[in-house]
Design a protein around this ligand. Structure first.
Ligand code: IDP
Ligand code: MG
Length: 144
């Protein structure tokens, strides 16, 4: 790991459950505590049209209607974080998709749970590759 790394950006969303539970600050604090810069920040309402772009890979999945219902249930906070290897680092900080399986110390593992209704609510989204980060940032921050 001695090679110079390019500065990356990652799109993070504090999902409606994270906003409703007052976890915006905790998510940003964890990113800032590790030294990543906040490059963009906005409180937004996700529309079904925007989500069809954001979750293009998932539109055909059986859980997609429930995912749209979840993601439109309240405002989200869209954040662009910046720094070398921030995509890998923030994915590690977010933890496994299912909060029950997410390791303690991760955002999902520290703040998430199974609420007993058969749905997954996991507080944050994070882009999983440089390609998806660029695509998702253009969707959420088209003016940038
Ligand atoms: P990720 O958010 O950890 O990258 P993905 O597989 O990309 O996970 O799925 C996107 C989102 O779709 C998840 O964060 C979660 O909100 C939802 N999701 C994924 N798989 C399921 C499922 O099996 N049931 C319900 N919701 C799911
Ligand atoms: Mg994903």
């Amino acid at each position: 790991m001695s090679e110079t790394q390019p500065i990356e950006q990652v799109l993070v969303l504090v999902k409606p459950d994270g906003v409703a539970r007052g976890l915006i600050g905790q998510v940003i604090a964890r990113a800032e505590a590790r030294g990543y810069q906040v490059a963009q920040l906005a409180l937004r309402r996700a529309t079904p049209e925007l989500l069809a772009l954001h979750y293009a890979d998932h539109v055909v999945k059986p859980f997609y209607p429930a995912l749209v219902e979840y993601m439109t249930s309240g405002p989200v906070v869209a954040i662009v974080l910046e720094g070398a290897q921030v995509i890998t680092a923030f994915r590690t900080m977010a933890g496994a998709t299912d909060p029950v399986k997410a390791a303690p110390g991760t955002i999902r593992g520290d703040f998430g749970r199974d609420w007993g209704d058969g749905e997954i609510r996991n507080i944050v989204h994070a882009s999983d590759s440089p390609e998806s980060a660029a695509r998702e940032i253009a969707i959420w921050f088209p003016e940038a």
